[in-house]
Design a protein around this ligand. Structure first.
Ligand code: 5GP
Length: 194
């Protein structure tokens, strides 16, 4: 997605060979017109899949998911990283090791919001080692719902998550795939891998 790639080049900060900071438009401050375009792109790519629900992870997955949910006309559920005090049981729970924070979180979603009848599109901001996506896939599996695919805003193609999930036969659509962050420079994989 060209608009996203130019935004990454313009505003992204390469923190190391492994980590890209995009807090001017996605991870802290949010750019609504860009999120809208991202939502439309996800909706276009997955419109034939009969999606009934979008599942994401708080907090950075919420903005792009909301926009996709608006276009697809389906609810958005975000898995929580901390258990709500009002919701102690009745949860699907999975462990997710965070690549950027170096810690493991339990993520959970109420059984009320993921059902066997659902066809779920998983959306997240980044795909690196694939732990967040695996955790979300685990929640969908526990609910015995169907997975339509995984939509990612920025995939770091040099880390193993994308390949691992595609190898499981799951459709992964990434709107920008980064080939390398070496020497402080963002290089993209030119063709989107599906
Ligand atoms: P994974 O679970 O695939 O290893 O990592 C995905 C999660 O880690 C995303 O939800 C995202 O929050 C965070 N993440 C991974 N790599 C980066 C990165 O380079 N930049 C930012 N801002 N977040 C990242």
């Amino acid at each position: 997605m060209e608009l996203l790639k130019s935004k990454i080049v313009q505003d992204g900060k390469v923190l190391s060979d492994q980590v890209l900071k995009v807090d001017t438009f996605l991870n802290h401050q949010i750019d609504p017109p860009l999120m809208q375009a991202i939502g439309e792109e996800f909706a276009m790519r997955f419109k034939e899949e009969g999606i009934t629900k979008i599942l994401t992870l708080e907090s950075s997955g919420i903005a792009p998911s909301m926009m996709a949910g608006l276009v697809l006309g389906v609810p958005v559920v975000f898995a929580r990283k901390r258990k709500s005090l009002t919701l102690v049981d009745h949860l699907y729970t999975a462990s997710v090791h965070s690549f950027t924070k170096g810690e493991t979180n339990e993520v959970s979603v109420s059984k009320d919001f993921l059902k066997k009848e659902d066809t779920v599109l998983i959306i997240d901001d980044f795909l690196a080692n694939g732990q967040a996506a695996l955790g979300l896939l685990d929640l969908v599996e526990q609910a015995e719902a169907k997975v339509a695919g995984v939509g990612i805003v920025i995939e770091k193609g040099f880390q193993p998550g994308g390949e691992m999930i595609r190898k499981q036969g799951i459709r992964v659509e990434s709107l920008a795939i980064i080939a390398s962050l070496e020497n402080g420079e963002v290089k993209f994989v030119e063709e989107a891998v599906t």
